[in-house]
Design a protein around this ligand. Structure first.
Ligand SMILES: NC(=O)c1ccc[n+]([C@@H]2O[C@H](COP(=O)([O-])OP(=O)(O)OC[C@H]3O[C@@H](n4cnc5c(N)ncnc54)[C@H](O)[C@@H]3O)[C@@H](O)[C@H]2O)c1
Length: 437
């Protein structure tokens, strides 16, 4: 048997720091409170409902994941966060309009206690937003110190044992790596010089990572996925995950595309369009924020279908992604996909998918799982990029020179094998010859 990894127990309280108390964050927090109070079930969450098979098929051992690895219990979670609006979590959840008021009212007192701290915000990175609850500082380094002071105070006030941070803020404008992002020194100099290449999200990421706090990015913008912050994470022991939660249309894409490829069915075109009416939709209506999202959504098919290996099937694939802001729909996004397929002898077929989903209902269990698994990674001293959490993201962060794994089923196998590895259980290869020997 392999040796289990030493994992510190999940003792005491875990502080979950959420940047941006919008639709995703409030749906996560209200959901956890509802589950904790026995009012609802944590559907969609692997940490709460998932199982993992251990050993041979004949052993019939499929315990709950939460019984295999030591995860923090929902009762031990304490939420805190920042937003540019002053609304407490109850008011913000009402504005988001995802969870119905009758359910929210049952956890209202607990939600009202969560009031956002002033945010690090600069409108140049999110053009469609502006709000009053914003920090002032000498420069970005000073703002990062203020974020660290918020975290330190929160930890002391609630007697927290450990912390994790998840960026659930709005999608910032498209950015690429620059000289400022290359080393810890260049990054810290850029913070002091108020360099425009450091968006608000990086200020929070820096603060968390400097403190050795696990950090995940739920949005597609460039934050911790730069050499300077990966280097800092290695130094401070901070696990990293991201980016862009894989929820509606992309989730389905990464379920269906591997199936089509497995049967060597060609794809000539994949047209994806969405209508969305929440604040996220409004922010994404700005072309610069949309570009960040588009890049994230579009990379998926290329990696899954591997046109370089299967030129006859996927070389000329035309992949189009659109998001249209349509206020009447609120958080209940509707996605349409038209897939033009090619079969035996080049005969053409079409597949149409109409997904009437609820964006934040799909996102909330992911935020919970990522927070709990990152805390587990920290206690197991697994630092830096956590590729086994790719399962949850549209643009999984990965080591330089490696291509990201997008196939949902390979991602799940990677995640569960990581749990087996942590516990010193045999990894499952699905070879299965032993049953016939
Ligand atoms: N819901 C999903 O299915 C899904 C999937 C993938 C990614 N995401 C991403 O998650 C993020 C959150 O989505 P949402 O639906 O909750 O959006 P939202 O607009 O409801 O919430 C975002 C919140 O972040 C706040 N904010 C923006 N910049 C901030 C800053 N610098 N500091 C503190 N707060 C800040 C906003 O005021 C807002 O309250 C978005 O970037 C979105 O693209 C969501």
């Amino acid at each position: 048997m392999p040796t289990p990894v030493d994992i510190a127990p999940a003792r005491g309280k875990l502080g979950v720091l959420l940047v941006g108390l919008g639709a995703v964050s409030t749906t996560t927090i209200a959901g956890v409170l509802a589950v904790r109070n026995g009012i609802a079930k944590p559907i969609g969450s692997l940490t709460q409902m998932g199982t993992v098979r251990l050993g041979k098929r004949t052993e019939n051992r499929s315990p709950k994941i939460s019984d295999v690895v030591p995860l923090s219990s929902l009762d031990d979670l304490v939420f805190g966060g920042w937003d540019i609006f002053e609304d407490d979590c109850y008011a913000a959840a009402r504005t988001a309009g995802v969870i119905e008021p009758a359910l929210l009212d049952q956890v209202r007192p607990e939600l009202e206690k969560i009031r956002p701290w002033p945010a690090v915000f600069d409108q140049r990175y999110v053009k469609r937003l502006d709000g009053p609850n914003v920090k002032k500082g000498k420069n970005k380094k000073d703002l990062a110190e203020q974020v660290i002071a918020d975290i330190t105070r929160f930890k002391a006030d609630h007697h927290l044992d450990r912390l994790v941070m998840v960026w659930c803020g709005s999608t910032e404008i498209f950015a690429t790596e620059s000289a400022a992002h290359q080393t810890i020194e260049s990054f810290e100099r850029a913070l002091e010089a108020n360099d425009a290449d450091i968006p608000s999200s990086m200020v929070y990421a820096y603060a968390a990572i400097r403190e050795g706090i696990p950090y995940a990015n739920a949005a597609p913008n460039l934050t911790a996925d730069i050499p300077a912050l990966v280097e800092l994470a290695a130094k401070t022991g901070s696990p990293l995950a991201g980016k862009d939660l894989k929820t509606g249309q992309t989730l389905l894409k990464t379920i269906i595309a591997p199936g089509l490829k497995a049967r060597l069915l060609g794809v000539e075109g994949w047209y994806s369009t969405n209508i969305l009416g929440n604040r996220d939709g409004e922010v994404l209506d700005d072309p610069e924020s949309f570009k960040t999202k588009e890049e994230s959504k579009k990379s998926v098919l290329d990696y899954i279908l591997q046109p370089q290996l299967y030129p006859d099937l996927y070389k000329d694939l035309c992949h189009v992604v659109r998001i249209n802001y349509y206020p009447p729909r609120g958080d209940n996004k509707e996605g349409w996909d038209n897939i033009d397929l090619v079969g035996w002898l080049g005969y053409k077929m079409q597949l149409k998918i109409n997904f009437l989903c609820r964006d934040s209902i799909l996102a909330a269990p992911i935020v919970l799982d990522v927070a709990l698994f990152l805390d587990l990674a920290k206690r197991a001293t697994m630092h830096g990029i956590q590729e086994w959490l790719s399962f949850y993201f549209k643009s999984p962060v990965h080591a330089p020179g490696l291509y990201p794994e997008h196939d949902l089923f390979i991602q799940l196998m990677k995640l569960k094998n990581t749990l087996r590895y942590l516990k010193g259980e045999e990894l499952i290869t699905h070879l299965g010859r032993e049953y016939y020997d």
